[in-house]
Design a protein around this ligand. Structure first.
Ligand code: 5GP
Ligand code: ZN
Length: 117
């Protein structure tokens, strides 16, 4: 895994601009866009431009980019004026991961229960 774009990956297509998305922030290494099926008033996905199947694989291969996801998550929350927010990395299909390109969910703007269910 060298982070190369995958032809069959939805989020690689969003990075390439081949599928439209409501982009809220972009950096050299990341893109942040609104989730198509939002679970909270703010529901933004922060993804690396490189392709790894999940956040842990990204962290193992490119730790500085994994840290960028966390910094950008905070920037997204600040732009939406969130005092509190949740950052979620679903990892594995049993945990609800459906897109196998690393991504952070940034959720906020409503009360949060723990655990999320
Ligand atoms: P996962 O379930 O893998 O943790 O998260 C994938 C997320 O991607 C889901 O919340 C889903 O709503 C979102 N998603 C799936 N397809 C698209 C799309 O084409 N555009 C956008 N903006 N979000 C998508
Ligand atoms: Zn990808």
């Amino acid at each position: 895994a060298d982070g190369a774009p995958q032809d069959d990956c939805l989020f690689c297509k969003i990075v390439a601009g081949h599928i439209p998305a409501t982009v809220v922030r972009e950096t050299e290494t990341t893109v942040a866009f609104r989730d198509i099926n939002p679970q909270a008033p703010t529901h933004v996905l922060v993804i690396p431009k490189v392709h790894y199947p999940d956040a842990s694989a990204l962290a193992a291969a490119e730790p500085t980019v994994a840290a960028d996801l966390l910094r950008e998550s905070a920037e997204v929350a600040a732009e939406d004026k969130l005092e509190s927010y949740r950052v979620v990395f679903n990892t594995g299909s049993g945990a609800g991961q459906t897109v196998f390109h690393a991504h952070a969910h940034v959720l906020g703007g409503r009360g949060m229960q723990w655990p999320p269910g």
